[in-house]
Design a protein around this ligand. Structure first.
Ligand SMILES: NC(=O)c1ccc[n+]([C@@H]2O[C@H](COP(=O)([O-])OP(=O)(O)OC[C@H]3O[C@@H](n4cnc5c(N)ncnc54)[C@H](O)[C@@H]3O)[C@@H](O)[C@H]2O)c1
Length: 701
């Protein structure tokens, strides 16, 4: 296979990048490209070049299959290849269709004129992998377009439409018809005009802005502080773009390379690349091959229009799938539909949705109080109260009414999906679809595989995830499934730490500084403390009497402090303000609780707080893996990154533990086990991997 396909059109040499599926800029392609340009320079019959992509797109960038390998000696690197295009004395025109991303766009920026097809998208998404555009992107883009725009594109990694790219000056011409024909025409025109090639390295569009405003880079860095918290890559991007204004082009390229090398070898980018691959791996289910036929979901029914049901319904309406919503009474139904309407109206008022789109979505929702209305739905999702008796009763009804072959799903967060499936005559069609709150916002979907769920049912709900823009992860049946079961460990230890000597604000700060959006106590106040209190009261009888239990949260709830909604919880709040304020009353309550529990309070370091909160969570992940309730460690990472705000730049809890070393995690858990008892027992798998010097990523079911 030729990595570059050469075609002649008169005096124009067309070079088609040919490395399926995305024209990754691998060694063979770079070598062929440089060779063809060189030969073309020496060939008098050739007046100009057009670079285009064979297949679906121009190029999505570096060839990821090449990561971590050493290309054959003498192979030009991407910078060499781009420089050879840019330095060509004959005009080089890009014909861009599909996508030009990362190295793909950097290659195009090295050509002298860029024609884009309609619907093309371009961008430099490297920062989302913890690196930066390392083949001249940070040097050429600010020379071609407005400085602040260049900074924004490079530090966000956002892909933009061809029209936006045209407006900015990244694309010179948007083709009305065939992009290759338009590019050939442009190449012929440029060759005939005989002007010197317009090299990006010689442009200066964005550079002046920095001279006029020396604080530009510092100011820009401040604007991204929230999104870039804890990361190095976005700041390295800013430094490189700034270098374009303080160094000559070649020195700027060198500086960019140095910064790139630092990033690509750091844990941050390893973690973000891990997250990227984990999100793709998650769709693979060993015994449900990709060839398994998934059912078409053209209509849905949701039972229960409370907090979750309403949000779930919105997911379907958002992608044009009609939804029937069932409630017990008209008043509850009206309230539920009103809440959905309010949610949409809020998005409209922020300018993120048009009124027309909102009306269309609302038009796809039909309410009913009679269960018969679910008869035609391809999927029925139950989202009623978390009571087994209620769920069983509803599933018997669903079984009697739903059409044959419909998927019967439950949104339960703790109950046994198999027990629910058992009341139907078609347990093979039953599955859990565990959405996270708010269900219209949170991207995670835990699909819960019942003992009898058929491969077709699983393939359908995994596919559904994609349809409704969720990240779907397949998990097995257990209390809390994967995410909440692990969360439970973390919450419990945070509470024990409070009893032992720290205050909520210290725990929350440690967890926030680690990179979570907030710590467990701020989170509790936001979610409402009454929910957990009710569960604890219900489950009190199941708790072994010799098991340690922290009563601090109960004492707080007894005072009617349920969190933000009551103006006080673990913290106090001022009217109309959600900022948690440490409360001396809570401090005395905690000190008293320690006394009551016979615990002498001690200084606890931030390091211990972090380990005590997160190691037991990882340990539970190990138990989940050995029990076969998650397919692979990276699936657990996907759950934590998308459902719980685990910082992507740490990769997820299991990847994070791998980077620390499982021997350290295991030894610490062993110590905790000795000090704190049974709840801290190290998982067998953790012990095994640690002793073998292995990682969670080595675990293969
Ligand atoms: N709230 C969360 O954060 C969350 C997250 C994940 C999963 N879940 C699970 O989702 C389910 C629903 O939780 P929620 O928070 O939306 O509860 P909710 O109390 O807000 O809503 C439940 C709704 O179901 C309706 N309902 C009850 N019986 C019904 C019946 N027979 N027919 C039709 N409607 C009926 C109720 O009127 C109510 O509106 C539970 O299983 C819960 O465990 C909740």
């Amino acid at each position: 296979m030729n990595a570059v396909i050469e075609e002649r059109r008169g005096s124009v040499l067309i070079l088609k990048l040919n490395n399926p599926p995305v024209n990754g800029l691998g060694a063979a392609l770079r070598t062929a490209l440089v060779g063809a340009i060189k030969a073309g320079q020496e060939n008098n019959e050739i007046a100009a070049f057009v670079i285009s992509g064979e297949g679906r797109m121009y190029s999505a960038g570096a060839d990821i299959r090449e990561f971590g390998t050493t290309p054959p000696a003498g192979t030009p690197d991407l910078n060499d290849a781009i420089n050879s295009l840019e330095m060509s004395s004959k005009p080089v025109v890009s014909a861009i269709h599909g996508v030009a991303a990362g190295g793909g766009l950097e290659l195009a920026l090295g050509t002298h004129y860029r024609v884009g097809a309609a619907k093309t998208r371009v961008g430099l998404p490297e920062v989302t992998l913890g690196i930066l555009p390392g083949a001249g992107g940070t040097q050429r883009l600010p020379r071609l377009i407005d400085m602040t725009k260049a900074l924004e594109l490079i530090t966000s990694g956002r892909l933009i439409s061809v029209d936006e790219a045209h407006k900015l000056g990244i694309i010179d011409e948007v083709a009305d018809g065939d992009v290759l024909e338009a590019a050939i025409e442009a190449a012929e025109r440029l060759a005939t005009e005989g002007a010197a090639p317009r090299r990006s390295r010689d442009q200066a569009v964005g550079l002046a802005a920095a001279k006029d405003n020396p604080a530009l880079f510092e100011d820009f860095a401040k604007t991204m502080a929230k999104a870039a918290r804890g990361m190095n890559a976005p700041y390295a991007c800013v430094r490189c773009v700034e270098a374009a204004t303080t160094m000559n082009f070649d020195d700027g390229l060198k500086y960019e390379r140095e910064e790139f090398t630092k990033l690509v070898t750091a844990t941050e980018s390893a973690a973000m690349r891990h997250a990227f691959f984990a999100e793709r791996e998650v769709a693979k289910i060993p015994d449900v091959p990709a060839t398994t036929s998934a059912k078409d979901i053209k209509s849905a029914a949701i039972i229960g229009c409370g907090t979750m049901g309403g949000g779930i319904a919105m997911n379907f309406a958002n992608v044009g799938i009609p939804v029937t919503i069932i409630e017990t009474e008209q008043a509850a139904l009206d309230r539920g539909l009103e809440r959905i309407k309010g949610n949409y109206a809020n998005t409209v008022s922020k300018g993120r949705l048009s009124q027309d789109a909102m009306d269309k979505r609302m038009g796809l929702l039909t309410g009913a109080t009679d269960m018969q209305a679910i008869g035609d739905a391809d999927i029925v999702i139950e989202a009623v109260f978390e009571e087994m008796i209620v769920k069983k009763e509803i599933f018997s009804k669903i079984d009697a009414i739903a059409k044959p072959g419909a998927i019967l799903a439950t949104n339960t967060s703790t109950l046994d999906v198999d027990e629910i499936a058992a009341v139907t005559k078609r347990p093979e069609d039953v599955v859990g679809t565990h959405f996270f709150s708010p269900a219209n916002v949170m991207r995670l979907l835990e699909n819960v595989r019942g003992a009898k769920s058929s491969p077709e049912t699983i393939a359908t709900v995994m596919n559904l995830g994609k349809t409704i823009n969720k990240v779907a992860v397949l998990v097995g049946v257990c209390d809390g499934f994967v995410g909440n079961r692990m969360l439970h460990q973390y919450g419990r230890e945070a509470n024990f730490l409070i009893e032992e000597g720290v205050l909520p604000q210290q725990v929350d700060k440690v967890i926030f500084d680690f990179g979570f959006p907030m710590g467990p106590f701020t989170m509790g106040d936001m979610a409402g403390l009454d929910i957990g209190w009710a569960v604890r009261k219900r489950k009190a009888a199941e708790r072994p009497s010799n098991q340690r239990y922290s009563a601090v949260a109960d004492r707080i709830c007894e005072q009617g402090r349920f969190g933000q909604k009551t103006g006080a919880g673990w913290y106090r709040y001022e009217a109309g303000n959600r900022t948690p304020i440490p409360d001396p009353e809570i401090e005395s309550l905690i000190i008293q609780a320690s006394k009551n529990a016979g615990i002498e309070r001690r200084e606890i370091s931030d390091e211990e707080v972090l380990k005590r909160c997160l190691y037991p969570l990882v340990n539970e992940g190990a138990k989940i893996l050995e029990e076969g309730l998650a397919i692979r460690a990276s699936d657990i990472d996907v759950i934590w990154v998308h459902g719980y705000g685990f910082p992507r730049y740490h990769g997820g809890p299991m990847f994070w533990a791998d980077t620390i070393g499982l021997d350290e995690v295991y030894e610490t858990m062993r110590r905790y086990h000795a000090e704190h008892g049974e709840l801290m027992r190290p998982a067998g798998l953790l012990e095994k991997l640690a002793k073998e010097g292995k990682k969670f990523s080595d675990f293969k079911g």
